[in-house]
Design a protein around this ligand. Structure first.
Ligand code: TTP
Length: 406
């Protein structure tokens, strides 16, 4: 099945983490976000991938090259971010006269559900949510989709469009849809045309995550780090540390599923409670405590008397002395001065809020810490309040209490 993967988004809601990298390249466990989508498509039977790229396209091309897991990759460039239908229209020139799958390159799908999407006829992957009002909501009768309505105040169902479609061959002719109210050419309008012409069924997803905002990146890592280390665990001794391909001190304690990649070092006195992934070139310890679901990125360092809980440290991030990082995302080359402490819980116990495109938005999480853009640096003894974002390259002074974004 020929498969179009949409990866030309800008990821404005993920700023500052997308200031210097396209959202499809944010790290999720051991690979970029879009690689999870492409791998799932290959596993489900994609014969060819057409990757639509735009903003910061080069790292995506470099990562995949001409083939991925034996499947050829064709790149098409969407010059202007005019919407998802426009992105598929750009890809259509590369498509054969046959049905095709379209996947949002910033969503995670469970494999079994994606397999069934690839195997059937025209379909849309769908998922049930508690509050459908912020999504495209499907109207379904007798297992056939009869309509789709964007962000309705009164949703016709709790089934939403999850951004994975199988279109019939003829859909290549239906891609030229007019601008929507949002000023974009949207795939949901192509879907409207499809459901007027053929039976399109909903394919329910067991698990799904749309990765648009920073805390969803944390959730993506919670999902994929746990899955990865579980797989590694299945290959090792039951209940034992799953994979110690790197150098692990005899004096370190690794509990639960933990993967220490080749080239990583875990020093004496360290305790890591999995699921955790320590990537190649990273060092942990001596005497550090890592818990929750944590990703320590390539060449990152976690030093003496540091506690990291349920966080993502991107490549080259350094938290070297006497610090606490909880439920947070640290971009590439972030440096924590000694004694930097992150708050990750509000006194009123309400969900922590974060700024997304200039507005404070609930993360829905009782525990959430901070988001630091690449190369942000904190002075010694900095305290950061829950829900603070530091932009790319931002700094704090020694002893500062940071309660607002900067
Ligand atoms: P969105 O999540 O709507 O857009 P985005 O990824 O740019 O993020 P943000 O809103 O934070 O700026 O896009 C859904 C998917 O479609 C995503 O995989 C990116 C892709 N896309 C394109 O490829 N071209 C486009 O013109 C648009 C709007 C999206």
């Amino acid at each position: 099945m020929q498969t179009v993967v949409l990866a030309a988004g800008k990821g404005t809601r993920m700023r500052p983490l997308t200031d210097r990298r396209p959202k499809p390249m944010v790290p999720v466990a051991d690979r970029p976000l879009v690689a999870h989508t492409v791998d799932a498509a290959v596993e489900a039977g994609a014969s060819r991938i057409v990757l639509v790229v735009g903003y910061e396209a080069e790292p995506i091309r470099e990562y995949f090259g001409e083939t991925h897991a034996g499947v050829p990759i064709t790149y098409v460039r969407q010059e202007r971010r005019l919407g998802t239908a426009d992105a598929v229209r750009v890809a259509a020139a590369e498509l054969d006269d046959a049905p095709f799958v379209v996947l949002n390159g910033d969503a995670l799908f469970d494999q079994a559900s994606l397999d069934s999407l690839f195997q059937g006829g025209p379909a849309v992957a769908s998922v049930r949510v508690d509050d459908p009002t912020q999504y495209g909501v499907l109207d379904v009768a007798d297992d056939v989709i009869t309509g789709i309505v964007e962000k309705p105040a009164e949703p016709p169902s709790d089934l939403i469009n999850a951004g994975a479609y199988l279109f019939p061959a003829g859909a290549r002719e239906w891609l030229d849809v007019p601008e929507s109210e949002r000023g974009e050419h949207e795939l949901t309008d192509v879907l409207e045309r499809a459901i007027d012409r053929v039976d399109v069924r909903p394919v329910p997803l067991e698990r799904w995550l749309d990765v648009g905002r920073p805390w969803e990146l944390l959730e993506a890592n919670e999902w994929k780090v746990a899955e990865l280390v579980d797989e590694a665990d299945a290959d090792g001794e039951p209940g034992a540390v799953s994979a110690r391909r790197g150098t692990v001190s005899d004096d370190a304690t690794l509990r639960g599923p933990v993967v220490v990649e080749a080239g990583a070092t875990v020093r004496e006195g360290v305790t890591i409670e999995g699921p955790a992934l320590v990537r190649s070139g990273a060092t942990v310890g001596p005497n550090a405590y890592v818990r929750g679901t944590t990703l320590i990125g390539p060449d990152a360092s976690v030093g003496h008397a540091v506690e990291i809980k349920n966080s993502v440290l991107m490549a080259d991030a350094a938290v070297n002395h006497l610090s606490y990082v909880g439920d947070s995302i640290l971009g590439r080359d972030v440096n924590f001065g000694a004694g930097t402490v992150v708050a990750n819980l509000r006194h009123d116990d309400r969900p922590v809020e974060l700024t997304v495109k200039g507005e404070r938005v609930s993360t829905g999480r009782r525990k959430f810490g901070v988001v630091l853009g690449d190369e942000a640096k904190t002075g010694i003894d900095t305290n950061m309040n829950a829900g603070v974002t530091l932009s790319t390259g931002a700094t704090t002074k020694p002893g500062e209490s940071v309660t607002r974004d900067r």
